[in-house]
Design a protein around this ligand. Structure first.
Ligand code: MSP
Length: 499
């Protein structure tokens, strides 16, 4: 885990369609990835975090037309909002790929040529249903009441097209899932994918002639390359030069709606090129707003920028990671947001920091006291805090981010209970010093573990303890503050939210 010669931990978000400004779903996926990328770094392993925008295809072309803009001008106008959102959410992405970048277009064309040389692509005619919203082909038996299974409108297409021989990868894919049981996460989603493949894979139409907004097929430019084939290769086109030190990808984080593209089409494309496959595709759930599906027509879209401006980036990150079991659907409401932050950050952890640091300010001349003798209560408190670190790490490895945060909250509650038990306001001398030394080190652990989730506030906690550089999670059980370390005056870290 801490071996620095290990390959960089490569993690990606899906690249976002730029047919409108960013919404909460984009923010959510980016936060999950940022938490995991930061976590790896804090465990001593370098990470590489990629995100970007998916700019081709009929969906974007139609939105551009509606806005009376040429597609390139339209996407150029929207991309800054996607980049700004990452900055506003304190995301530490290493690169931002746009599918209209020359580096990407060249790469996709070279991939296409290789697929053709290896005879995985052939020319034919497609007739069937297509949903522009989903950028996806559907079979006749999938259509319900004239719509896609996702509820999206479909239209009948009949065009000359290039096909990718997806059908020839069915058995290889099933074998791959069997040999790599952790490829699809959470496990509950795995069966969905396996049954999809077992139902039979048909060759996939991978070019379009009815519009022009895409990467031209090399040597036949009346076709543009299907937007999903184009988009999926961003994960390699972006790291082209550093391919050998980064690929295969460790973690593709995606929404559950696009799992099939990542767990079926993407590995098949890679197999056709004899390239190594990613290690894991993790599918997260969807957010609803006060119990309703979020959609523009319902007028209940949650604007992530508005949330950040109202509540701060750290609070948004905390709420989104804590409220919903990672992988499941979740519901947004202002009440849930305010209650979560006030109960866990303000009342529990904030209060703990305030109480302990004020006591050190008052009774120990704002310095970490010298280590003295611990009794059994102190020992079990410290050993509990170390167990929490282990549990936290286990939860992070399993991408149970809500439970990782729960470990921190439990440690906060245990520390508040320890204060009630030891009553430091009645103690003096060595007894008092021992209590405060144990507490300040547990606060250090809490601040350390909070770093991937709420980097700004975590740093504020740590800097009150004289720690001004990111604190390593891997070693944090052994990094006790030296006696005499200067502790700053108690600042209010977490501001209470009002309804
Ligand atoms: N462009 C494709 C991805 C190509 S990756 C090679 C795409 N883009 S998207 O902009 O429509 O969606 C991006 C991500 O946002 C997806 O992972 C999707 O699941 C997620 N979300 C969209 N709405 C969401 C919610 N309401 N809640 C949570 N995430 C949701 O798909």
């Amino acid at each position: 885990m801490t071996n620095t010669t290990e390959k960089r931990y490569y993690i990606t978000t899906p690249i976002y369609y730029v047919n409108d400004k960013p919404h909460i779903g984009h923010g959510y996926t980016s936060i999950i990835c940022d938490v995991l990328a930061r976590y790896q770094k804090l465990m001593g392993r370098d990470s590489y975090f990629l995100t970007g925008t998916d700019e081709h295809g009929s969906k974007v072309a139609r939105s551009a037309k509606k806005n009376n803009l040429a597609p390139q001008d339209f996407v150029d106008g929207l991309v800054p909002a996607f980049k700004d959102l990452l900055v506003d959410l304190d995301c530490t992405n290493d690169d931002f790929i746009r599918t209209t970048d020359a580096r990407h277009k060249d790469f996709v064309q070279s991939v296409w040529k290789k697929m053709q040389e290896k005879q995985h692509v052939y020319l034919g005619t497609y007739s069937g249903w297509y949903s522009v919203r989903d950028e996806c082909f559907y079979q006749e038996n999938e259509i319900i009441d004239g719509k896609a299974p996702t509820g999206a409108a479909v239209e009948w297409l009949e065009e000359e097209t290039y096909f990718f021989k997806l059908s020839s990868f069915q058995d290889k894919l099933l074998k791959f899932y069997e040999e790599n049981p952790n490829f699809i996460q959470p496990q509950s989603r795995k069966n969905e994918v396996i049954s999809f493949v077992k139902r039979g894979l048909r060759d996939l139409s991978v070019s379009r002639t009815s519009f022009k907004w895409g990467i031209p097929v090399p040597g036949d430019d009346k076709h543009v390359i299907y937007v999903w084939l184009d988009a999926l290769f961003n994960y390699i086109s972006a790291i082209n030069e550093e391919y050998s030190s980064i690929w295969p990808c460790d973690m593709h984080v995606v929404g559950k709606d696009i799992l099939i593209f990542h767990a079926v089409y993407w590995p098949a494309f890679l197999m056709s090129l004899d390239l190594p496959l990613p290690k894991c595709v993790f599918a997260h759930g969807w957010w609803t707003n006060n119990g309703e599906k979020i959609s523009k027509s319902l007028g209940n879209v949650i604007d992530p920028v508005h949330l950040i401006n109202t509540f701060s980036s750290d609070y948004v990150r905390y709420f989104m990671m804590r409220e919903v079991p990672t992988g499941e659907d979740g519901n947004y409401s202002d009440d849930a947001f305010i209650n979560r932050v006030n109960a866990e950050l303000v009342n529990n952890i904030g209060n703990l920091c305030q109480r302990v640091i004020s006591l050190i300010n008052k009774k120990c001349n704002s310095q970490v006291p010298a280590q003295s003798s611990r009794n059994q209560i102190d020992d079990s408190f410290i050993s509990y805090s170390h167990d929490i670190v282990d549990q936290f790490n286990a939860r992070m490895q399993k991408i149970e981010l809500h439970l990782a945060l729960n470990e921190i909250v439990m440690l906060g509650s245990a520390a508040n209970a320890y204060i009630e038990n030891k009553k430091p306001w009645e103690q003096s001398g060595q007894d008092l010093e021992t209590t405060l030394t144990c507490l300040i080190n547990v606060i250090r652990i809490i601040g350390t573990l909070l770093q991937p989730f709420i980097p700004v506030k975590a740093m504020s906690i740590l800097s009150m303890l004289g720690i001004n550089e990111p604190a390593n999670i891997y070693t944090c059980k052994n990094d006790d503050l030296a006696p005499g370390t200067k502790i700053s005056t108690a600042n209010i870290i977490f501001t209470r939210l009002e309804k």
